[in-house]
Design a protein. Structure first.
Length: 118
C-alpha cells in the first residue's frame, strides 16, 4: 500500500509541475514566433534595398537569351565618372570594362561621348 501512495503523490506532483512548465514553453514559442516574424521583415527590407541599388546601378540580373542583343541602358553617372577616372589612370579599355561591369563597346561609347581620346 505504501507504493501506491508514493506513486499517487509523485503523479500529483508531476501534474502540478506541468502547469508551471507549460506556461514557460508558451512564452518560448511566442518569443520564437516574434523572432521569426522580425527576421522575415528584415529580409524583405534587405531585398527591397538590394533591388533599389541594382536599379540605381542598372545591373541586369536576368539572363540574356542566345542570339538576342540587350537594349543598351543609359550608363549611370557614377559609372561614367569611374570610367573616366580609370582611363585617366592609364587602364586599357578591356580592364575598364571588367572593372565597371560593362562591355568594351559601352566603355568606348562613354569615352567618345565625353570627348576622351582613345
Amino acid at each position: 500500500m505504501d507504493i501506491e501512495l508514493v506513486l499517487l503523490s509523485i503523479g500529483l506532483i508531476f501534474i502540478i509541475l506541468s502547469f508551471f512548465i507549460g506556461k514557460s514553453t508558451k512564452k518560448n514559442e511566442e518569443e520564437i514566433e516574434n523572432i521569426s516574424i522580425s527576421l522575415h521583415q528584415e529580409t524583405n527590407q534587405l531585398k527591397k534595398r538590394l533591388k533599389a541599388i541594382e536599379e540605381e546601378l542598372m545591373i541586369s540580373v536576368g539572363p540574356v537569351a542566345h542570339g538576342q542583343r540587350q537594349k543598351q541602358k543609359p550608363v549611370h553617372e557614377i559609372i561614367i565618372n569611374q570610367i573616366l577616372s580609370l582611363k585617366a589612370q592609364g587602364y586599357s579599355i578591356p580592364e575598364i570594362a571588367k572593372r565597371s561591369s560593362l562591355s568594351d563597346a559601352e566603355v568606348i561609347d562613354v569615352l567618345k561621348s565625353r570627348g576622351v581620346a582613345l
